[in-house]
Design a protein around this ligand. Sequence first.
Ligand SMILES: NC(=O)c1ccc[n+]([C@@H]2O[C@H](COP(=O)([O-])OP(=O)(O)OC[C@H]3O[C@@H](n4cnc5c(N)ncnc54)[C@H](O)[C@@H]3O)[C@@H](O)[C@H]2O)c1
Ligand SMILES: O=C(O)C(=O)C[C@]1(C(=O)O)C=C[C@@H](O)C=C1
Length: 362
Amino acid sequence: MKTEVLIIGLGLIGGSLAKALQRNEDVHVSGYDTDALTARKAFKMGIIQSSPPSLEQAAAAADVIVFATPVGATIKLMERSKFWDLKETVILTDTGSTKVQIMEAAKKLNRNFIGGHPMAGSHKSGVEAAKDVLFENAFYILTPGENASENDVNRLIGLLSVTKAKIKVLEAKEHDHMTAIVSHFPHLIAAALVHQLDREEQFPFARQLAAGGFRDTTRIASANPDMWRDITTQNNEMIVEQLDHWMDQMTHLREILQKNEPEPIHHFFAKAKETRDELPVAGHGAMYSVFDLYIDIPDVPGIISEMTGYLAEAGISLVNLRILETREDVFGILVLSFQTAQDRENAQSVFSDRTAYDTYIS
Ligand SMILES: NC(=O)c1ccc[n+]([C@@H]2O[C@H](COP(=O)([O-])OP(=O)(O)OC[C@H]3O[C@@H](n4cnc5c(N)ncnc54)[C@H](O)[C@@H]3O)[C@@H](O)[C@H]2O)c1
Ligand SMILES: O=C(O)C(=O)C[C@]1(C(=O)O)C=C[C@@H](O)C=C1
């Protein structure tokens, strides 16, 4: 008998999870979305194995139900689920970016509910953006509800193991505190930086000048506003607390800038560099731990496959690959991310043996 998994919400996260779970032949993945076109696409693309017409019927047949909808919709669906005729042993879980309010809603369900949050994503949304490798090496947080037994938690961990994510159990409150710092509040700042560009009227050419720095810092501002409205309203208190710290920090920064003395200004940047540089290397407190290698590459056809080909020949696995959109001239910067410092070191030595391109570690 296959484990029946029902995923509700077939966007970036639900679609990616559906794809990854299908790696396990003992699992059957069905999917539901309020947007009928999305559900049809997901089925046609092979992201889900069946697309049941009735949510209630699909829920009744499920061993595991995953709410992969925006967190506001998830709470409403959880309330609706009280009226579903579910299996006694069913595990309910979600993928939402907030956990306190979801776990409050779970208390009213009297079901085996285990909150979930894969700490991987993108500014892109929708089923077309789904990737089965999205969660590999990312932290996947679980917040078990009071009715969930250790056995239920282990069953869910077993199911999620195909995603190759690093599962970590946390309290909902600690989750929301930490994600306010490393995800939710930064999102507001990214959006605010874009608004700052928007108010510039004197030199409209500033938009064209926006290069790597601005683009890297504000990429996430392109994300789905509905999703971020819901996250911000649910984790409101913790985000406002971060905003208070931020305003204190800005007041202090303003004082430093008004005095315009080089030493405190240097200290401000140096302290930030120290903490930032330690994030991926030490992996402490960072939600992601990847090891980036930067390579100056010429803009010629086939260059990416050439570089990844050398790695494949040397048996070195990549976690991620991106190109910094910095310049319009001949060179670009290829950023390759590895799972370990050793893989990065090996890659650096392969490129130095086989190419003339400069590599460096940020
Ligand atoms: N995008 C990210 O980077 C990211 C990362 C981790 C977790 N999350 C969380 O995962 C969840 C999904 O995010 P996403 O990025 O996949 O969003 P998305 O916009 O890509 O997909 C959401 C899907 O849910 C569907 N939907 C909305 N309301 C519904 C309802 N009532 N019933 C059924 N389907 C419904 C939408 O039609 C859409 O297809 C959110 O709770 C989000 O906070 C997002
Ligand atoms: O990489 C991105 O684009 C993201 O915004 C992903 C990100 C984040 O890191 O803040 C966004 C929200 C999620 O809950 C988890 C991950």
